[in-house]
Design a protein around this ligand. Structure first.
Ligand code: NIG
Ligand code: FE
Length: 401
């Protein structure tokens, strides 16, 4: 970004996701409330030092050092993709084909990616990650969380996080992704490693700790194991997120709420008690839905309407990874949320922006209120509804200023 002020004008529809007055009420719990959209027509926005400095009618825009005219296109906040696994090598397209022919997903394929990732050089991983970040940005994503989880040794996990931290501050230690194939004979020893030397080597490169809490997979972690990982991470200064209730009912949601995690992700199989717990945790724990996973694993979608009806804070994220969802396309995620989970286009956009920001406990991204980071995503369209209305079309891109 160059210095000085820039006026971005000719915005046919500006969706600030910051309410009508362009300010984001800190204590506002209703991430998905439509009035949060803050739609303006024929608008302009001034950027100063990388931040939104002014938002208003085009005709009232102040002068600036530079002018960018968007010719009537719509602008939305850059997507906040709060869940991805982008540091990996290798290919699992054969596993995808087998799944489409009926083989269910159980997390066992993660071992294939672990082997390929361990054999890659730092430079290989750096290049693969850079290409994936560029793909996401080209489709409108401006904030990305990136997890480790395909190294599963002290050195390989620390390396993944070191490389991830070169592209984002939102790095997540996922040494407890699965028990790796070479450690299967002694789960207890692997847990000791993850909560001991591996955590010690990784904590300085990570903001978050995560665990695949899934009793329905023999490869993932039980409630007690997950609790141990999360508490150790918290003691090391990391904040908490959880993979929970992905493959069947389970303890992940309950545990995430109990420990005050910022987000519990997947939430595909929920009991009434889980939904009530999430509703009670609004403002603290976000339920992050990842419909690209259900699409790519041919699984039932989470019940977004049930969660919205209960007042749960929702986010939408990609979960881009080589096993369950090899796409970082947030426009696709929004389209799936609308078509398959019956979210309105407004609810889906809010969940993919302010919802993701809340899942990362950030208030400087996910909206375009005054003071926010100037992360603008331009749509080759007159309105935000086109994100779901034109599935598969490359209409969203992050604006380089
Ligand atoms: O979020 N479920 C655990 N982790 C990923 C999948 C990882 C993989 O299969 O490589 C997920 O779906
Ligand atoms: Fe994931």
């Amino acid at each position: 970004m160059s210095s000085g002020t820039v006026v971005v004008t000719g915005i046919g529809q500006l969706v600030s996701c910051a309410g009508h007055d362009g300010t984001l009420p800190a204590a506002d719990r209703s991430v998905a409330a439509p009035e949060r959209l803050g739609v303006r027509h024929d608008a302009a926005l001034v950027v100063e030092d990388g931040r939104v400095a002014w938002v208003g009618d085009r005709a009232a825009a102040p002068a600036a050092d530079r002018l960018v005219d968007l010719g009537g296109r719509a602008v939305v906040p850059g997507f906040v993709d709060s869940h991805s696994h982008l540091v990996f090598a290798g290919d699992r397209s054969a596993e995808f084909s087998a799944r489409m022919a009926g083989t269910p997903y159980d997390g066992g394929g993660i071992g294939v990616t672990v082997a390929a990732t361990r054999s890659a050089t730092d430079e290989d991983l750096r290049l693969l990650l850079a290409a994936r970040v560029a793909e996401a940005r080209a489709l409108g994503t401006t904030t990305l969380e990136v997890k480790s989880g395909y190294g599963l040794t002290v050195d390989d996990e620390a390396r993944a996080l070191r490389i991830a931290s070169e592209v984002t501050p939102e790095t997540t230690f996922l040494g407890a992704h699965v028990v790796p194939p070479d450690a299967r004979d002694d789960r207890a020893a692997y847990l000791d490693l993850v909560t001991g030397p591996m955590l010690a080597a990784c904590a300085r490169h990570a903001r978050w700790v995560d665990v695949f809490c899934e009793p329905n997979s023999p490869h993932a972690f039980t409630e007690d194991e997950a609790r141990r990982v999360l508490e150790a991470g918290r003691d090391a200064g990391l904040e908490l997120r959880v993979h929970g209730n992905q493959l069947g009912p389970g303890p992940g949601v309950r545990l995430a709420v109990e420990l005050g995690a910022a987000s519990v992700d997947h939430c595909t199989y929920l009991s009434d008690d889980d939904v009530a717990a999430l509703a009670g945790a609004a403002g603290t724990t976000v339920a992050t839905l990842l419909p690209g996973v259900e699409f790519s694993t041919r699984s039932p979608y989470p019940d977004a309407r049930r969660l919205l009806g209960a007042g749960v804070d929702l986010a939408l994220a990609s979960d881009c990874n080589p096993g369950t969802c090899f796409t970082s396309s947030m426009p696709l995620v929004v389209a799936l949320a609308v078509r398959e989970m019956r979210m309105t286009p407004a609810e889906a956009l809010l969940a993919a922006t302010v919802g993701g920001a809340r899942a990362l406990r950030r208030d400087d991204v996910g909206h375009l209120g005054v003071g926010a980071r100037a992360d603008l995503t331009v749509l080759e369209a007159p309105s935000h509804e086109h994100l779901a209305y034109r599935p598969g079309m490359p209409i969203a891109r992050a604006l380089d200023l």
